[in-house]
Design a protein around this ligand. Structure first.
Ligand SMILES: Nc1ncnc2c1ncn2[C@@H]1O[C@H](COP(=O)(O)OP(=O)(O)OP(=O)(O)O)[C@@H](O)[C@H]1O
Ligand SMILES: [Mg+2]
Length: 245
């Protein structure tokens, strides 16, 4: 093999991953035999029109849903055959999720939303929670807003808090489903830039976006159309693994 100075290690590997739904009307293919790799440390953008399967794919990657066929590997280990409990434990340790509509708990302050994530994640002893919440708010530029309720924050500020919450248990992967879809273009760019900064600290970012200009800034990108992978680009070189039957 040629000498590659920046060979990226695969973090996720998808092998012929399909999602099919069966109803009275028959079988619907939501995702059709997707095979691709998400390199460790990449900024991986997923784009495609509404209904193309982007959120379904994220649900498979985060183990919220399982494929109908095919394999998903994380650090070389099969994810989709883990039990529900093991999968939930894996998700808690490895993935932070950011949503389009922020999904902060409205009766909890910014800080309390993060404390709850720390309680659920169980990554740190109780005595370290306050300090960690403060660090996470600091990282997204929201430390002065710790005591505010979500309703007392702008959309961009709520999304920053939601990102801080996703960082709480220090997961190696951040997954975001159109996190700027509900924000004006200037705020959207600020939030995207924040994800780029987090990527620079070593987090792998998996980012769904409709915005072609933003997707073009990602190190890696795929495009879906009707559940099919129609375009793929990677700036990082990943060693091709022999397909195993
Ligand atoms: N639980 C479900 N039952 C039936 N159909 C579903 C279900 N979930 C998703 N679908 C269908 O699967 C397809 C892909 O949906 P998905 O939500 O993944 O698309 P998307 O690319 O995220 O779209 P958007 O950009 O609008 O968020 C759509 O046609 C949708 O109607
Ligand atoms: Mg979606």
């Amino acid at each position: 093999m040629e000498d590659l100075p920046h060979v990226a290690e695969p973090l996720f590997q998808l092998e012929d991953v399909s999602k099919r739904l069966i109803s009275k009307a028959g079988e619907t293919v939501i995702l059709a035999q997707l095979s691709f790799t998400i390199p460790r440390g990449s900024f991986f953008a997923i784009s495609g029109p509404s209904g193309s399967g982007k959120s379904t794919l994220l649900n498979l990657l985060t183990g919220i849903d399982r494929p109908s066929s095919g394999r998903i590997l994380f650090e070389g280990k099969t994810l989709n055959t883990l039990s529900e409990n093991k999968l939930a434990a894996w998700r808690g340790r490895h993935v932070g999720i950011v949503f389009q509509f922020f999904q902060l708990l409205p009766t909890l302050t910014a800080e309390e939303n993060i404390l709850l994530a720390l309680e659920l994640g169980g990554s740190l002893p109780h005595r370290r929670w306050r300090q960690r919440a403060s660090e996470c708010l600091q990282q997204v530029g929201m430390v002065d807003y710790a005591r505010r309720l979500p309703s007392q924050l702008s959309g961009g500020q709520q999304q920053r808090v939601a990102i801080a919450r996703a960082l709480a248990n220090d997961p190696p992967v951040l997954v975001a489903d159109e996190p700027t879809g509900n924000l004006d273009s200037r705020t959207a760019l600020e939030i995207f830039t924040l994800f780029e900064q987090l990527n620079a600290t070593g987090k792998t970012i998996i980012y769904v976006t409709h915005d072609r200009d933003l997707a073009a800034r990602a190190s890696d990108r795929i495009e879906l159309l009707d559940g099919h992978l129609v375009h793929q680009h990677s700036a990082l070189k990943v060693p091709v693994k022999e397909h195993q039957a």
